[in-house]
Design a protein around this ligand. Structure first.
Ligand SMILES: [Zn+2]
Length: 161
């Protein structure tokens, strides 16, 4: 007898095709994994940046992964509300981005008082906050291209939304 935990683990391990160091659980887009009365596994995901073509790939990958875990019938539902924000990234997801050389998004909200005034983006290579945006659009629409003034390395920054 397969347990729902196995379906959940299979879905959670699916990697984002644009940021293959992040699982969809790390991204915060995996909302729910449930078993319907008729035995279907229903996986709910929330799209990231609007219009990201990655969602179609993710949807297919989730179906494949849950099938591979031994579940015959899988349905992937898209949940649009509440809308995803980069604040849903997990700490391990932010760390994985940083290790991959992508500056993680700034937090838009904090649990303690007003939004921080400093929105400086730290260089993922050397850690310097002395950076500047060189192009609104990086390798994908979800990222912008930055340059570090300290080590002069260019890097991607995942935009906060
Ligand atoms: Zn640097």
């Amino acid at each position: 007898m397969l347990s729902l935990d196995e379906a959940r683990a299979a879905a959670a391990a699916v990697l984002d095709p644009e940021l293959p160091v992040l699982s969809i659980a790390d991204l915060g887009i995996l909302r729910d994994v449930a078993m319907a009365d008729d035995g279907r596994v229903v996986v709910s995901i929330t799209p990231t940046y609007s219009g990201c073509p990655a969602m179609d790939v993710i949807r297919r990958d989730v179906e494949d992964a849950v099938h591979a875990a031994g579940f015959d019938r899988v349905e992937v539902r898209t949940v649009l509300s509440p809308a995803w924000t980069t604040d849903w990234l997990t700490e391990s997801g932010r760390q994985a981005l940083q290790d991959y050389g992508i500056a993680p998004p700034s937090r838009r909200t904090t649990s303690t008082g007003p939004v921080a005034l400093s929105l400086s983006v730290r260089c993922p290579q050397c850690g310097s906050p002395d950076t500047r945006e060189s192009s609104r659009f990086g390798s994908t629409a979800c990222k912008s291209l930055w340059v570090c003034n300290a080590c002069r390395e260019p890097f991607d920054h995942m935009k906060a939304i």
